[in-house]
Design a protein around this ligand. Structure first.
Ligand code: F6R
Length: 622
């Protein structure tokens, strides 16, 4: 949620920290701050609001020093204001802390520390951390940190600087991601994700839970609260800088929508064998240990009797599409659960089951909690993740990466289509290993899948048409999205995209459920977006009936239909055509106009598309 950064080196500290915070701003953007050690004292600036204000302040009055930390906040405890912005300090302002995560027992700690004479000025949970370290500081700062951290319940990624040891940065993690970048000439940069590091170095170490790193010029060591020495390998980050720039687009979201022909191609690349159209998933070649026996992930999955998919938000919608795919192509009974619910439910372990967690960021707290719970119960857990090296990617038994590149726009777009593409590959793979699909059918589906990127390009060419529709409807305050079968989750996703970036109330519904309640809402003020692409079964005819029901009640219809279906016009106020594909692949095409519609409506309403209010890209707290 929040983004944290620390830098030690000879470069201009303002520039490095601000550039890093810019990259991390998608993680939270309601307030921000910076603190440096200068001549043995802590100097800081923090503000309520966006980073550009801090930037202007530092341009007028820069900070000087070689060691500093920075923070961009997504408020959990305490409203966004200057006092609650990070860093947070101890009583004497000798210790500055930036924090990502939530300290769940902060109230108890605060009461106890207050009784010991500590005075608190903010409403944050974070403020207990510097006070707790202050309480235990008796001349050895690391020892004080080692004493304090085990008393914290909850999650944290921390970067700490102090006047007691002004040449060092202390870093620690439990449940919130942190990466240490090792630069040249003895410099170090530590951050919540690699995007803030790769401007300066690509050599990194991913920190694990309960590790503490002490950094000083040219040297660092990793330890923990028991003072054990921890040796870790370094890795190289392969991310391309162009991936995290806007590349001429006004917003990351638009750029990412337009990248989808390429990102889906990258997701499919090397996973469909040219000579026989068989699917091969390298990530499932990994050997895993089940009941003390080694088995390849793919061989375990072939025999599963049940799959539980768990995820949040857009990734959960992709999971719902996956349920249709896995059941219809591979005949594996599949359930899809919100991770935030499943983590507190009774999870039932059956023989031959697998849990799949889906996450773009690989850091979503609820999804991670499900992963850990399933692993504790001895259930094999597989990941469908985008961010390489993320916590979920590292903790699953095996997994399949999306390879769709960094997604910066807070509203997920290209990750969704890549997640659906991976779930399609997984379903085809299991179907082929279980001899369920006839070869001809499999060839047809694979050929259609390979045509999807070109077909998405054709839809993207309709952007002006979609923009016109958006401009016509941008003032409405409620929208209904309807879809059936495999396109019901696409209706949910279309509605989510609209509400999160334009703040218009939108609901996704299975089209036929409308008459069980929501139909009462239909009137001329309720535009209804209906996914009505042709299908080879009876679903299409049924959706037509549902549209008739809307029209006869005066509703405005925006219909997503298959190219060439001119007959639909009689029911439509607006039609957006998409090319014909196999029924089970339609979500990959139908979601594209819905992403564009939401985008253009939000822009027309003057919303901050890439940084919608109250949201953050990576939800690392509960
Ligand atoms: C919506 C959106 C969120 C995320 C959700 C899960 O556009 O981006 O709903 O899908 O927070 O995030 P990940 O996939 O990173 O676990």
């Amino acid at each position: 949620m929040c983004g944290i950064i620390g830098y030690l080196g000879e470069r201009n500290i303002n520039e490095v920290i601000l550039r890093g915070l810019e990259r991390l701003e998608y993680r939270g953007y309601d307030s921000c701050g910076i603190c440096v050690v200068c001549n043995g004292k802590l100097e800081y600036k923090k503000i309520e609001g966006r980073l550009h204000k801090l930037k202007e302040m530092l341009a007028r009055d820069p900070l000087a020093g070689n060691i500093g930390i920075g923070h961009t906040r997504w408020a959990t405890h305490g409203v966004p204001n200057e006092i609650n912005a990070h860093p947070q300090f101890d009583c004497k302002k000798n210790i500055a802390v930036v924090h990502n995560g939530i300290i769940e027992n902060y109230h108890t700690l605060r009461q106890w520390l207050s009784s010991r004479g500590h005075q608190f000025i903010s409403d944050t949970d974070t403020e207990v951390i510097p006070h707790l370290i202050e309480e235990y500081y008796h001349g050895n700062f690391l020892a004080a940190v080692q004493h304090a951290l085990p008393l914290l319940e909850g999650t944290y990624g921390l970067a700490i600087i102090t006047t007691y040891e002004p040449n060092k940065i202390f870093v620690a993690r439990r449940g919130s991601p942190l990466i240490l970048g090792i630069g040249t000439g003895g410099e170090f940069i530590v951050a919540s994700d690699a995007t803030a590091i790769i401007d300066w170095t690509r050599k990194v170490t991913y920190l694990s839970d309960d590790e503490i790193v002490v950094i000083e010029k040219g040297n660092y060591f990793i330890t923990n609260s028991k003072n054990e020495t921890i040796i870790k390998d370094t890795e190289e980050v392969l991310m391309d800088l162009a991936e995290i720039e806007k590349g001429g687009y006004p917003h990351f979201m638009l750029k990412e929508i337009f990248e989808q022909p390429e990102t889906i191609t990258n997701t499919l690349r090397g996973r469909i064998l040219k000579d026989n159209n068989q699917v091969r998933l390298g990530g499932l070649e990994t050997e895993i240990i089940i009941d003390d026996k080694k088995i390849k992930a793919k061989d375990y999955l072939v025999n599963v009797d049940r799959i539980v998919i768990s995820a949040c938000g857009t990734s959960w919608h992709a999971g719902l599409v996956g349920e249709y795919l896995l059941e219809s192509l591979a005949r594996v009974p599949t359930e899809v659960e919100y991770a935030s619910e499943l983590r507190y439910r009774t999870m039932i372990k059956l023989p031959n089951m697998a849990v799949f967690v889906i996450s773009q960021s690989g850091e979503t707290a609820d999804t991670l909690a499900v992963l850990r719970k399933a692993k504790e119960m001895g259930i094999p857990v597989f990941g469908i993740v985008n961010v390489v090296g993320s916590t979920i990617a590292r903790e699953t038994h095996a997994g399949i990466y999306l390879h769709c590149g960094s997604e910066i726009g807070v509203a997920s777009t290209k990750a969704f289509t890549s997640q659906v593409a991976v779930l399609t590959l997984l379903s085809l793979f299991l179907a082929q290993r279980r001899n369920i699909l006839h070869d001809t059918v499999r060839h047809e589906i694979v050929s259609a899948l390979l045509r999807i990127p070109t077909q998405i390009e054709l839809i993207l060419r309709k952007k002006d048409e979609i923009k016109r529709i958006a401009e016509k409807y941008h003032t409405f305050n409620n929208f209904l999205y309807l879809g059936r079968g495999i396109n019901f989750p696409v209706a949910l996703e279309g509605a989510l995209k609209l509400k999160e970036i334009s703040y218009i109330h939108a609901e996704g519904y299975p089209a036929a459920e409308m008459k069980h309640g929501p139909i009462a809402l239909i009137d001329k003020n309720m535009p209804v977006v209906v996914i009505a692409t042709d299908t080879d079964d009876i679903i299409y005819e049924k959706v037509l009936n549902n549209i008739e029901e809307v029209k006869s009640r005066g509703g405005n219809t925006i219909i997503i239909a298959t190219e060439g279906n001119t007959g639909i016009c009689r029911l439509a106020d607006e039609v957006i055509y998409v090319p014909k594909t196999k029924d089970i692949l339609t979500p990959l095409l139908n979601v594209i106009p819905l992403q564009l519609l939401a985008y253009y409506i939000a822009v027309k309403r003057g919303c901050d598309v890439d940084k919608p209010r109250h949201l953050a890209k990576s939800v690392t707290v509960e």
